[in-house]
Design a binder for this molecule. Structure first.
Ligand SMILES: Cc1cc2nc3c(=O)[nH]c(=O)nc-3n(C[C@H](O)[C@H](O)[C@H](O)COP(=O)(O)OP(=O)(O)OC[C@H]3O[C@@H](n4cnc5c(N)ncnc54)[C@H](O)[C@@H]3O)c2cc1C
Length: 331
C-alpha cells in the first residue's frame, strides 16, 4: 500500500463506541489528504448502554441508533459489509463483496454474544445485551404480574461488568413504579465471591445497594445449564435457582473473524501493548472490547483508547506532534 504523494489508507473495522471515535478523530486530524475507511455490517451505530432503558420502555430502538453515514462529514468513507477475513501479513481485509488493502488497521469489532455456550440459554433468557432481546424482554416485562425474576452472569468476559447490577436496580424501579414490587422477588447471581472491604469500594457498595433494595445476592454461582421447561438454572455442584423470568447475561467471545484469522487467541481478545494498543502484526491495532486489556469491557474505555490511538497515528502519518501513552481512567 501507500498511495501517490504519501497518501495513507487507514481501515477501521467496527462502528461501535471505539470505531466511531477513532474514525471521527482521524478524519478530523488527517482531512482529505489521507483515506479513512470504516467498515461495519450495520448501517447504524447502536448505543448499547441504553439497552437497559429499552428494557424498561424508556427508549425505543430508533432513539439509540444513529446512521454511520454522518461520518462522511468528517472525511470518513463508510462501507456497510461483513468482515470475513483479515490477513495481517498481506495487509488486506476481506469483506463479503471486496478485498481492500491498508496501511494501518484498527480492529474495533467488540465482542459477539454466544448464547450457544450455555445449554438451554437461547430458549430461557431474555436480556438487554442485544437490541432484539432487549425489545423482547420489555414485552415480557409488561405482561409480568408477579413472581421470581432472576438476573445473572456467566463465566468469561462480557460487555460492561456493572450493568447486570444496574439491570436489577432498574427492574426494582420499574416494578415499584408499576405498583407491583411486593409481588416480585428479584434475585441476582454471579460467579464472583462475596465482596469484602471498605464501604466505598465499588463492589462492596453495589452489594449494599442491592440489599437495600431487597435484591437477594447469590455469590460464587457458576452456571452450567438452564432447563427452560422446569424454569431452573443449574450451577456447579448441583446448586439450583428457579425463576419465572430469567434475565441472564449471555456468554461473550471475540468476533468470529478475529478467531478465524488468528488475531484473537484468547477468550478476552487480541493481545495488545498496554501503552500503544499495537498488536504483534505490523500496523495492526486493537481497541475496545476486542482488545485484551486489563480494563473493563466498556464504552468509556474504548473511547479513551480510540482518542489516544487516533492521536498517535496522526502523529506518525503527518510527522507533527508527539505520541502519548495510554493512561486509562476507569475502575
Ligand atoms: C446493557 C449494557 C450496558 C452498558 N453500559 C455501559 C456503560 O454504562 N458505560 C460504558 O462505558 N459501557 C457500557 N456498556 C458497554 C459498551 O457498550 C461496550 O463496551 C462498547 O460498545 C464497546 O465498544 P467497541 O467499539 O469495542 O465494540 P462495539 O460497540 O460492540 O462495536 C463493534 C462493532 O463491530 C461490528 N462488527 C462486529 N463484527 C463484525 C463483522 N464481522 N463485520 C462487520 N462488522 C462487525 C458490530 O456491528 C459493531 O457495530 C454497556 C453494554 C451493554 C450491553
Amino acid at each position: 500500500m501507500g498511495g501517490a504523494n504519501g497518501r495513507k489508507r487507514i481501515i477501521i473495522l467496527g462502528g461501535g463506541c471505539g470505531g466511531v471515535v477513532a474514525a471521527t478523530n482521524l478524519g478530523r486530524l488527517l482531512g482529505a489528504r489521507h483515506e479513512v475507511i470504516l467498515v461495519d455490517r450495520r448501517s447504524h451505530h447502536v448505543f448499547m448502554p441504553a439497552f437497559l432503558f429499552v428494557m424498561v420502555g424508556r427508549r425505543q430502538p430508533e432513539d439509540i441508533s444513529r446512521s454511520l453515514s454522518h461520518l462522511a462529514k468528517r472525511n470518513v468513507k463508510v462501507i456497510q459489509d461483513e468482515v470475513v477475513g483479515i490477513d495481517p501479513v498481506r495487509q488486506e481485509v476481506t469483506l463479503r463483496k471486496e478485498k481492500i488493502g491498508y496501511d494501518y488497521l484498527i480492529t474495533a469489532l467488540g465482542l459477539q454474544t454466544r448464547p450457544d455456550l450455555v445449554p438451554g440459554f437461547a430458549e430461557a433468557s431474555l436480556h438487554p445485551w442485544e437490541m432484539e432481546t432487549a425489545v423482547r424482554l420489555h414485552k415480557a416485562l409488561t405482561a409480568f404480574e408477579g413472581g421470581r425474576v432472576v438476573v445473572g452472569i456467566p463465566l468469561g468476559p462480557y460487555r460492561c461488568p456493572p450493568a447486570p447490577y444496574e439491570a436489577t436496580w432498574m427492574l426494582d424501579g420499574y416494578f415499584t413504579q408499576r405498583g407491583i414490587r411486593e409481588r416480585v422477588e428479584i434475585e441476582f447471581f454471579t460467579r464472583e465471591p462475596e465482596p469484602t472491604g471498605e464501604a466505598h469500594d465499588p463492589v462492596v457498595w453495589m452489594d449494599a445497594e442491592s440489599k437495600r433494595r431487597n435484591i437477594k445476592q447469590n455469590y460464587e454461582f457458576v452456571v452450567r445449564s438452564i432447563d427452560p421447561e422446569r424454569k431452573a438454572v443449574t450451577g456447579l455442584y448441583g446448586y439450583k435457582l428457579s425463576y419465572d423470568l430469567l434475565v441472564m447475561v449471555p456468554p461473550h467471545r471475540p468476533a468470529q473473524v478475529l478467531l478465524d484469522s488468528g488475531l484473537a487467541d484468547a477468550e478476552t481478545g487480541i493481545r495488545v501493548d498496554y501503552n500503544t494498543l499495537k498488536t504483534k502484526w505490523n500496523n495492526v491495532y486493537a481497541i475496545g472490547d476486542c482488545a485484551d486489556m486489563p480494563a473493563s469491557k466498556a464504552g468509556g474505555v474504548a473511547h479513551q483508547e480510540a482518542d489516544v490511538l487516533a492521536h498517535n497515528l496522526a502523529v506518525e502519518i503527518t510527522g507533527r506532534g508527539q505520541p502519548v501513552n495510554l493512561w486509562l481512567h476507569t475502575i
